[in-house]
Structures are given as C-alpha cells and as structure tokens.
Design a protein around this ligand. Structure first.
Ligand code: ZN
Length: 141
C-alpha cells in the first residue's frame, strides 16, 4: 500500500463561497498512479469545510442564502469581543458546527466512486482569503 499527500490551494473572493474541487481531487488520484483505495480530503481551517453535495447553479445560490440566514453575521457573539486573529467570524465558526472538516471517498480503477449527482465542495465561510488549503491523503494500491 502507498500513501500520497497532495495539497489543493484556493484563493476565495466571497464571504461565503462554495467551490467545486472534484476535478482537482480526481486529477490527484490519476497522477498518484494508484488503482484503488481511498482519499481523505481535509480542510485545514476552522472556518472552511468540505462537503459532498449536488452541483446545480440555483441550488448553490440557495445554499449560500440559507447559510446567511441560518447564522447572521451580525449577532451578539462572545468570540467577536476580542478576536485573536482580528476577524469577527463567530458566525463562520458556528456554521461550521453543521459541516465536516473532512470526507473520505473510495476510488477504483483510478476513479472516484461518487454517485451520479455528487460533487466535492470546499466551503468557505469566512472569506475572502488569500490562500486556503485542502489536504488530500490518498492511500491505496
Ligand atoms: Zn475566529
């Protein structure tokens, strides 16, 4: 068995941004040369997450609208009183309670075993950011 790590770097341009990274994950598996195994995808941040969902333009708009409504940016949050990084981002952390930092997806014959309507998203909740990183650890034979 081999284990290969790979980093996907993203610049984000909106406060909340849902970015499809399926193609990049697939490419990393192809270039690993592995036939079958699994890939773990982890966001290395506390205000950005990984999610598997459907890529449909109007649905992506619904997701953004719903996230904004679920936890409004302007609230009476303790975390925003004296933020260690200068960012008033309590709402971003709170939204993260409903998301995953990582997902693990199997692959076979060098292809991700996702369902027909599944795409892998990197979900920015505290953008814009110059650089965000998502780590892939691919293990297989
Ligand atoms: Zn914070």
């Amino acid at each position: 068995m081999q284990i290969i790590t790979h980093t996907i770097r993203k610049r984000t341009i909106k406060p909340i941004e849902i970015i499809d990274i399926t193609t990049e994950v697939s490419a990393a598996i192809s270039s690993s040369g592995l036939d079958r195994g699994q890939v773990t995808i982890i966001s290395r941040h506390t205000t950005a997450f990984v999610n598997i969902n459907e890529k449909e333009e109007r649905l992506l708009e619904d997701m953004e609208t719903w996230l904004k409504r679920l936890v409004p940016k302007d609230g009476n949050y303790q975390h925003n009183l004296n933020p260690i990084d200068g960012r008033h981002n309590a709402h971003s952390h709170l939204l993260g309670l409903f998301m995953n930092s990582s997902e693990t997806i199997p692959f076979s014959e060098g292809k991700l075993l996702l369902g027909e309507w599944q795409s892998i998203f990197f979900v920015e909740l505290d953008g814009p950011r110059e650089e965000r990183s998502v780590l892939l650890q691919i293990s297989g034979i």
